[in-house]
Design a binder for this molecule. Structure first.
Ligand code: ARG
Length: 444
């Protein structure tokens, strides 16, 4: 077990298959930057506590700076045989500074590193999501302005219901994504990055860590990241709620994306034809030359399974764990990275997609002629003439049925025919009411 961070008490060799099975480096390398930050704070604390001399500190810090530079420049590569990112960086430091590297891990635990790294990762990602969502919300607001005079058909039960403005339709999506942004902002406000939990019981370096955090954040301009010495080490090494909450926010956000996709897929079919989808996000068929398929929207809708699954995966992993840290928790990373990467990519593409969708005004205008869209307003008209709502509802219901059976439009009925249902129903009144501008203006 030589070379392992924990090898001392072991005599033989680790089973090769188990070793491979237990490693997380192939995915937790994504935490490299944050793990280096942890080490940078840690060695500052070790210097404060006189465990490292200034010279030793400088050499270790320089090694960490070099590795960080590789990460930032995208030239960082991990060693496939490393157990995890914490070990990988430790080994890299050893390669640079030799035996002095063995002092890096003084009095700390990977349990503390992993919770520090993941929290910081989440905070950084949440900030990105907030920015991307702001852009998307603005694109919807832009469409509200662009089509501010247009009307649209509101459906309930996927059946034509009433007329609304196109602005109100778009605003609904805008609000959904705005609520996602608010949810993430609230999580962001509540979360702090903790250091100094040790394996579970805290650290004797508490005061040193406090100073180290100050020096580190000032030096690097990281004042926007709240870093604190852990006030409850057992809680911090046990806790993955912040990841579960982040995954929940992403699951809700994904649900909103999926609903948006469903609307766009349905309303861009030949049958509805309300929207024309931007070609650059559609694909064709290798056999049928006429096809323009909404693959992007379908893939986003499809990814919902994975994004929901990621939340359930971690909830299930955590549900039976005794306090505090258990190795099961290593498996929190793949669901986290998966949801973050999928949803972020979707949002970026969706923002461009939405900018380019076209409203097919002709088909919308045609649909707006549908009598049934005005039925509720006709009831309302009779109510304002003094009829009881139930009575008015029944009268209009009967006319709708009459037209359906005779296969005529309400607009084609004569005053004679209308009178049979109610005297207030005249051709002139109907003409006035059955107009999108009029019905929408009534609600202002
Ligand atoms: N790779 C581990 C994880 O992600 C790091 C913590 C390991 N801690 C331990 N006690 N084995 O959870």
């Amino acid at each position: 077990m030589e070379g392992k961070l924990w090898g001392g008490r072991f005599k033989g060799k680790i089973d090769k298959n188990f070793e491979r099975f237990s490693t997380s480096i192939r995915y937790d390398y994504k935490l490299a930057k944050f793990d280096i930050y942890h080490s940078m704070i840690h060695i500052l604390a070790l210097k404060e506590a006189n465990i490292l001399t200034s010279d030793e500190y400088e050499r270790l810090n320089q090694a960490l700076e070099n590795i960080l530079k590789d990460v930032e420049e995208g030239s960082f590569s991990y060693d496939h045989s490393s157990e995890d990112i914490h070990t990988d960086i430790q080994n890299k430091v050893n390669n640079i500074v030799g035996n002095l590297g063995d002092k890096l891990h003084t009095l700390r635990s990977r349990n503390d590193q992993v919770s520090f790294d993941e929290k910081w990762y989440c905070i950084e990602e949440i900030d990105q999501f907030i920015d991307i969502l702001k852009d998307l919300v603005n694109v919807f607001k832009g469409l509200c302005r662009k089509f501010k005079r247009e009307f649209f058909i509101a459906y309930t039960h996927t059946r034509r219901a009433q007329i609304i403005t196109f602005k109100d339709y778009m605003d609904t999506f805008s609000r959904m994504f705005n609520s996602d942004k608010e949810r993430l902002s609230s999580l962001r406000r509540r979360e702090k990055v903790y250091i100094g939990s040790g394996a579970v019981a805290g650290t004797v370096l508490k005061d040193a860590y406090k100073k180290a955090i100050k020096i580190f954040t000032n030096k690097r301009g990281f004042n926007f990241i709240p870093i604190e010495v852990s006030s409850s080490p057992p809680f911090n090494v046990s806790n993955r709620d912040f990841i579960i909450e982040f995954l929940s926010c992403l699951a809700i956000l994904q649900m909103h994306l999926s609903r948006l996709c469903e609307d766009l897929i349905l309303y861009s079919t030949q049958e509805f034809n309300y929207f024309i989808l931007p070609e650059e996000f559609c694909t064709g068929s290798s056999l049928m030359p006429h096809k323009k398929n909404p693959d992007f929207l379908e893939l986003v809708r499809g990814y919902t399974g994975i994004v929901y699954g990621n939340l359930f995966s971690l909830l299930t992993t955590m549900k039976g764990l005794t306090l505090t840290y258990n190795r099961d928790m290593q498996l929190d990373k793949e669901p986290l990275f998966s949801s973050v990467e999928i949803v972020k990519e979707e949002l970026k593409i969706m923002t461009e997609f939405i900018k380019r969708i076209e409203l097919n005004k002709n088909t919308v205008e045609e649909a707006l002629k549908d009598d049934s869209l005005y039925a509720t307003e006709l009831v309302q008209f009779l109510v304002f003439q003094g009829l009881a709502f139930k009575e008015a509802h029944k009268i209009i219901g009967k006319i709708v049925r009459y037209c359906e059976e005779k296969r005529v439009s309400l607009r084609d009925l004569s005053d004679e025919e209308l009178k049979k249902f109610h005297v207030y129903l005249t051709v002139a009144n109907l003409k006035k009411i059955m107009n999108p501008r009029y019905v929408v203006s009534l609600r202002k």
